[in-house]
Design a protein around this ligand. Structure first.
Ligand code: TGC
Ligand code: FAD
Length: 396
């Protein structure tokens, strides 16, 4: 049955015709192309190789960027794409988030014209895949401590280090890698010396290793990136940004999209729980006729509705150019918490059936554990907002 949406507050009226059209296009795509196969991919731990080009042909990749084959959509339309993709699976949304917000965005914003021409059209079409290497085995929440280095030698940089938990890593044609440089005036080895590099698959000294045994995001590829005296030309550096501001600016884009994406996962769980509880009877009436069950369904709907308003408002602030990172932190923190809570409650309402992959809630619940952790953990976003309102940083 096609998904009808969750719109208790008639928020559709606040969307433009283009935003609704884009949303409905991806709604159909998820119903037709993702939901029929996602259970198998999740069970088998595989990413469907046809997804990148399909997403590219619909304009989902780098959707809010302009030129170079990108769709040039507004932030709300972009967010609604993320919402629908994550209604299918967080892994599919992750693929698109990383490709668009974490790889195409920095190339678009900080890259040379040559880098843009080389990568953006192919990435927009899904013909080339990218990944974003910030996290390291010993530095997750605190990327400023990273150990990966890029040493300048003549007209080259020599990269050494390791990145871990990298979405799309094993699939990628190009990795955006953040490393500390040793050049004079560049902060010499501190967080201010961080620069971004485009490292192409096949570069000697660069290898990837996929991470297996995940409970979560099983339909997404997560990898290690290893650099052992990996030599790249100086022209592989992103010239337009220096310091942690580079990767953190990309995260602003991706976290904004995740705030919408989490709503999609929550909507899928709520919709499934509503249908199931109306259908199944216990104690001579449908589950949905019991007061405690109704209370849970109402809580879900209320939280989804508030999250929809929050993300929509952020989208409008983004258009106005006044959106601040701490506001994005609030939306990522609230909406992912909300979605995880709803997934757990939906799983409960499905009873024993909820622990099988015949239903969606358990898969979303497991996926959302990763979403809670990546792109800044719940704690980190709490502390970003805490610093914003008190003026006192809780970090070093
Ligand atoms: P701090 O000293 O505060 O700042 C360092 C420099 O960065 C600037 N800055 C920002 N710029 C843009 N946007 C932001 N949100 C920014 N926050 C800070 C800041 O102005 C400063 O610039 P400058 O020019 O003065 O040097 O940085 P800190 O080291 O204290 O760290 C702050 C903290 C903890 C919030 C930050 O490190 C953080 O966000 N940590 C979490 C790490 C994280 O989110 N990693 C995500 C990895 S990617 C991923 O998970 C992909 S998942 C796949 C998918 O998306 O689906
Ligand atoms: P840690 O930083 O070790 O945190 C562990 C716990 O300690 C958390 O609860 C955290 O909130 C808490 N903690 C840490 N510091 C503080 C503090 N100051 N105050 C209070 N509590 C604190 N990274 C990339 O660069 N690119 C990717 O594409 C990518 N994809 C990912 C895909 C998946 C499936 C997953 C799971 C992760 C991915 N990541 C990626 C990594 C992700 O961004 C990190 O896992 C995340 O930033 C947290 O880092 P960590 O796992 O090292 O946890």
């Amino acid at each position: 049955m096609p998904f009808a949406g969750v719109d208790f507050l008639q928020l559709d009226e606040l969307l433009t015709e283009e935003e609704r059209l884009v949303r409905d296009t991806f709604r159909r795509f998820v119903d037709d192309e993702i939901l029929p196969v996602i259970g198998r991919h999740f069970r088998e731990g595989t990413f469907d190789a046809s997804w990148p080009r399909k997403l590219g042909s619909l304009g989902a990749l780098g959707a809010s960027l302009t030129g170079y084959g990108c769709a040039g959509l507004g932030p709300v339309a972009y967010g609604l794409i993320m919402q629908e993709l994550e209604r299918g699976d967080s892994g599919v949304r992750s693929f698109a988030s990383v490709q668009g917000a974490l790889v195409m965005y920095p190339i678009h914003s900080f890259g040379s014209e040559e880098q843009k021409q080389r990568w953006l059209p192919k990435m927009a079409a899904g013909e080339a895949i990218g990944c974003f290497g910030l996290t390291e085995p010993d530095f997750g929440s605190n990327p400023g401590g990273m150990r990966t280095t890029a040493r300048r030698v003549g007209d080259t940089y020599v990269l050494n280090g390791e990145k871990r938990w990298i979405t799309n890593g094993g699939l990628s044609d190009v990795a955006v890698v953040w490393a500390k440089t040793d050049e004079d005036g560049a902060g010499q080895g501190g967080a201010k010396s961080v620069r971004g590099f485009l490292v192409e698959r096949g570069t000697p000294g660069f290898s990837t290793r996929d991470i297996h045994g995940k409970f979560s995001l099983r339909a997404s590829v997560t990898s290690e990136l290893i650099f052992e005296d990996c030599v790249v030309p100086a022209s592989a550096m992103l010239p337009g940004v220096q310091g942690l501001r580079g990767p953190l600016s990309c995260l602003n884009q991706a976290r904004f999209g995740i705030s919408f994406g989490a709503i999609g996962a929550a909507m899928a769980c709520y919709d499934e729980a509503l249908r199931y509880t109306k259908d199944r009877k216990q104690f001579s009436r449908p589950l949905a006729g019991h007061q405690l069950v109704q209370a849970k369904l109402v809580d879900m709907l209320e939280e989804i509705s508030k999250a929809q308003l929050l993300s929509l408002h952020l989208g409008r602030l983004k258009v106005a150019g006044t959106l601040r990172p701490a506001q994005i932190s609030m939306a990522k923190r609230n909406n992912v918490r909300m979605a995880l809570h709803i997934a757990r409650n939906a799983r409960d309402l499905l009873g024993a059936n909820g622990i099988t992959d015949e239903y969606q809630a358990g898969r979303h619940m497991c996926n959302l554990e990763s979403v809670f952790t990546y792109e800044g953990t719940d704690h980190i976003h709490t502390l970003v907002i805490g610093e914003d309102i008190t003026g006192i940083p809780a970090f070093d």
